[in-house]
Design a protein around this ligand. Sequence first.
Ligand SMILES: NC(=O)c1ccc[n+]([C@@H]2O[C@H](COP(=O)([O-])OP(=O)(O)OC[C@H]3O[C@@H](n4cnc5c(N)ncnc54)[C@H](O)[C@@H]3O)[C@@H](O)[C@H]2O)c1
Ligand SMILES: [Zn+2]
Length: 356
Amino acid sequence: MNTKYFFPSRISSLAKLNRLLMSEEYKGSKFFILVDENTYTHCLPTFISRVSALEQAEFFEVPVGEEAKSLEVAAQLWGALLDSGADRKSVILNLGGGCISDIGGFVAAGFKRGIRYINIPTSLIGMVDAAIGGKTAVNLEKAKNQVGFFHQPEAVCIYPEFLDSLPDAEWKSGYFEMEKTMLLTDADLFNDFVHQSTASMVYDPLKLCEHIRHCVDFKRSVVAADPYETSIRKILNLGHTFGHAIESFAMQKHIPCSHGAAVGFGLACELYLSVKKLGLSEKIYNDSLSFKRYHSEFPQLSLRDTESILAFMRQDKKNRDGLILCVLLQDIGVPMIDVALDDNEIRDALLKNSKF
Ligand SMILES: NC(=O)c1ccc[n+]([C@@H]2O[C@H](COP(=O)([O-])OP(=O)(O)OC[C@H]3O[C@@H](n4cnc5c(N)ncnc54)[C@H](O)[C@@H]3O)[C@@H](O)[C@H]2O)c1
Ligand SMILES: [Zn+2]
C-alpha cells in the first residue's frame, strides 16, 4: 500500500490532511482520535480546530508512555470502538508520540481484521521514526514490543509546530534517533546535526524541518524496499541491539531511561565495536560520544549489570542460531547487517561506554 506523506510547504500539512479526510475515499467514515493526557492538552485543540473534517470525531485517551502499549489497553479500545459503532470504514487518527502510534496502529490492525489509520506524530521520535513504516506493537510484562503486526498507515502528517510543547527530555530522546539516521546516510548531515544539537538546545527551525524530512524520506525508502524487515530494513536497528537490551534492563531496575537515551547509549557501544571490528574512523565514534555525553544521563554500569544486559541481548528477536547479531558501521552511510558479537565484545563495549 502507498502511505501518503504530508509535509509543511506553502500549504499547512494539516490543511492537506483535511483535504484527504474530506475526499470521496473517506465519505461516510467515522473518525476516532487517539491521544494521551499531554497530547490531549497540547495538541488536540489545534488539531481539531485546523482539521474541520474532524468536527464529529470522537477521541479516546490512553495512559501516557509505555503503559499505553498493553493488551489490556488494546482490549479497552476495541470495546470502545464497538460501543461507538465503529465499522470497517472507520479510521483511527493517532495524535501523539511513538507510544500512541504503536498502540493505535496495533488496535487498527486487529479491529475487524484491519481498519485504516493515520499517524500525526507530535514528538520528535514520532516524526523521525515511529510514525513511519507500519510496525505496530504492544509490550508484554517486562519485555518490549513482543506482540505486533505490520500494518501500514494510510497517511503520515508532519506538523512540526506540535513540537513547541515537547519537554526538553523528549527532544534529547529524539536527537538520538536522528543521529542514527544521519550515521546511516550522510557525513555532512551528521556533522551538521551534531553541531546543531550539541551547540545549543535551540535548533534552527529551518534546519530542524530539513533534518526531519531527511529522516522521514530515508526511512520511507528503506521500508518501501523491505516492508517486512527480511533484509535491508535491518539497518534501521543500528544502536538498537544494545539499545533495546539497555532499555529492558532499565525497566527491570526502575532506572528512568527513555527509548532515545537507551538508543544513544546503544549507538556509542555499536560505534565502539565498529571501530574495533570494521575499522570505522575513531573520529566518528568520538563525535558521537561527545553528543551522548551532552544528552544522556545514564548510571555507571557494574559487572553484574553487564551480565543482565547480555541476558536481554540473548533474547533479541533478530538473533539466529544462538548468535547475537548486530548492525555495525564501516563508514557513515555504509552499514553492515548481521555482524555476530561474542559475549566478551559486548561486556567490553558496555563497560567502556558507561564511563564518562
Ligand atoms: N513502530 C516503530 O517503528 C517505532 C520506532 C521508534 C520508536 N517506537 C516506539 O516509540 C516509543 C517512543 O516514542 P516517544 O518517545 O514519542 O513516546 P511517547 O508517545 O511516550 O512520547 C513521549 C512523551 O512525550 C509526550 N508528548 C508527545 N508529544 C508531545 C507534545 N507535542 N507536547 C508535549 N508532550 C508531548 C508524551 O505524552 C510522552 O510523555 C517507544 O515505545 C518505541 O518503542 C516505535
Ligand atoms: Zn528507536
